[in-house]
Design a protein around this ligand. Structure first.
Ligand code: UD1
Ligand code: CA
Length: 487
């Protein structure tokens, strides 16, 4: 347990986010594999709070269901009408205390907005640390920004520099609007003093709302210590109000993730065209080529080389494996295996060491042994293939009878011919061969050659008789010596 463990973190996520112009509530829009609120909840967890409550309102069923999925330990408080950030925090505290008349929450209460996804746990820890060591009633996280438009401005005492108030953009004077230090929307409060002050917040402002930011002025006027912690990087507190800011935040977060990867020994050839989720992991000397997206629980082991043009989701790429122009979802690619160009590996694909899924190859629920190759133009679904087998070009594992899926097993050291159909359920034994163009419907014993195709029949002179005078007939005639005449 950390020394500055807060009693609670309250995440504000009740607003509609009208400026997103979306049917999806703002806090459920996603970047780098997590929703806006998901990022904020994850950063809040790093404070190890006793309680984590999310204030929901707009589309609350959807937001509540999402929270239950990503972090079942979160509690929710309902704010029926969005009467402002102060009102939202009041709803959060009532949920924590168990009613409006109940005793206030003792200890530190951290408040975070649900629309600031770049905020890090480290910054929250610094805020909680400063709050505790300075013995403040409230500590606000601020930032110096190049453009303060829309944000609440931090008003400081010209004499001592202490924070005296936060003034919202819409309520600010011209002189106050020139202030470049802004309110991030993140605070650490003394729980008891917060409850008291919230009871005194009024709504006589331009938006007719209860502003959380008014609590600072109220606490200061009643003689309490008000402090501020300035964020080291102002980009961390970027609030998302529209989709331009969403794209900007995604780019910044992606840059941060790739930077961490590169500093840990991963080569990213073109960070601008490489996109990763927060959950992706790498080992040193992995290489990512341009135009690649890595999602979910994807992991690149040492010396794995992925791209250009790959989209991998929940896929593990083993040491030294090479993946080019491929889409993979839920696949396990073994060490030194080779995939693509132009391969599609679907859930349940497992490639053994040095196995190959080559060009225009699709696989699903396929367990492929060590050194086995499926080099060209094939579909392998619901199959187990042993070690060092070669599957001929243009083969199909016919797994679906129109109602059910069936399994095919091919042994080790087999050589199957090109253009084979393996009609499941069927088994090809170890060391067996199959002839090109075969439709394999019966089990093939180990070491046998299976031939399952029509015999070839040549009808001599058919073109001359049936297509006389055609280019084909002339071409055929030209191959015969003049003197030879007819046969
Ligand atoms: C707020 C701050 C502003 C700060 C900025 C930082 C206030 C009054 N203003 O402004 O000082 O610079 O954040 O990004 O606090 N919400 C609710 N219920 C409500 C209203 C808002 O839950 O009734 C939630 C929203 O869902 C959002 C967060 O609170 O997650 C902030 O609300 P928003 O309307 O975006 O506030 P800003 O105008 O950005
Ligand atoms: Ca905002």
């Amino acid at each position: 347990m950390s020394a500055n463990r807060p009693a609670a973190v309250v995440v504000l996520a009740a607003g509609e986010g009208t400026r997103m112009k979306s049917a999806t509530p703002k806090v459920l829009h996603s970047l780098c594999g997590r929703s806006l609120v998901g990022h904020v909840v994850a950063a809040s967890r790093e404070l190890d709070p006793e309680h984590l409550v999310v204030v929901v309102g707009h589309a609350r069923e959807q937001v509540t269901a999402h929270l239950a999925e990503i972090d079942p330990g979160t509690r929710t408080a309902v704010q029926h009408e969005q009467n402002g950030t102060g009102h939202a925090v009041r709803m959060g505290l009532e949920e924590l205390a168990g009613g409006s008349d109940a005793a206030p929450v003792e200890g530190t209460v951290v408040v975070v907005c649900g629309d600031t996804p770049l905020l890090t746990g480290e910054t929250l820890r610094r805020l909680a640390g400063a709050h505790a060591s300075d013995g403040n009633a409230v500590t606000v996280l601020t930032a110096q920004v190049p453009d303060s438009t829309g944000y609440g401005r931090i008003v400081r005492d010209p004499a001592g520099g202490a924070v005296t108030a936060i003034v919202e953009h819409k309520d600010a004077t011209e002189a106050q609007r020139a202030i470049t230090e802004i309110n991030s929307g993140v605070f650490a409060f003394d729980g008891r003093l917060l409850s008291e002050a919230l009871g005194k917040v009024r709504t006589d402002n331009s938006q007719g709302e209860e502003y959380l930011t008014d609590v600072l002025g109220i606490l200061r006027e009643s003689g309490h210590r008000v402090g501020a912690a300035v964020a080291a990087d102002h980009r961390e507190i970027l609030g998302i109000n529209n989709r331009v800011q969403l794209a900007e935040a995604r780019r910044l977060l992606n840059e941060r993730l790739l930077r961490d990867a590169m500093l840990s020994g991963v080569t990213v050839v073109d960070p601008a065209s490489t996109w990763v989720d927060v959950t992706v992991t790498f080992e040193p000397d992995a290489v990512v080529h341009p135009g690649t997206q890595l999602h979910g629980a994807t992991h690149l082991a040492a010396r794995a080389e992925v791209g250009p043009g790959c989209t991998l989701t929940d896929t593990v790429v083993g040491e030294g494996a090479r993946v080019i122009n491929a889409v993979a979802d839920g696949a396990l690619i073994g060490p030194d295996a080779s995939v693509g160009p132009y391969a599609y590996l679907r859930p349940g694909t497992k490639l053994g060491r040095k196995a190959k899924a080559g060009t225009y190859v699709e696989m699903k629920a396929a367990d492929i042994g060590e050194g086995t190759k499926i080099p060209h133009l094939s579909y392998v679904g619901d199959a187990t293939i042993g070690d060092y087998t070669n599957i001929g070009a243009a083969s199909v594992f016919v797994n679906y009878d129109g109602e059910h899926k069936h399994h095919t097993t091919v042994g080790s050291h087999c050589k199957t011919g090109s253009d084979n159909m393996f009609v499941a359920p069927v088994t090809v034994g170890d060391g067996a061969y199959t002839a090109a163009g075969s439709v394999i419907t019966k089990d093939v014993p180990p070491g046998a050659l299976a031939v399952a195709r029509g015999q070839q029949r040549n009808i001599e002179g058919w073109v001359a008789r049936k297509r006389p005078g055609s280019a084909a007939a002339q071409a055929a005639a030209a191959t015969r010596p003049e003197s030879d005449g007819e046969r």
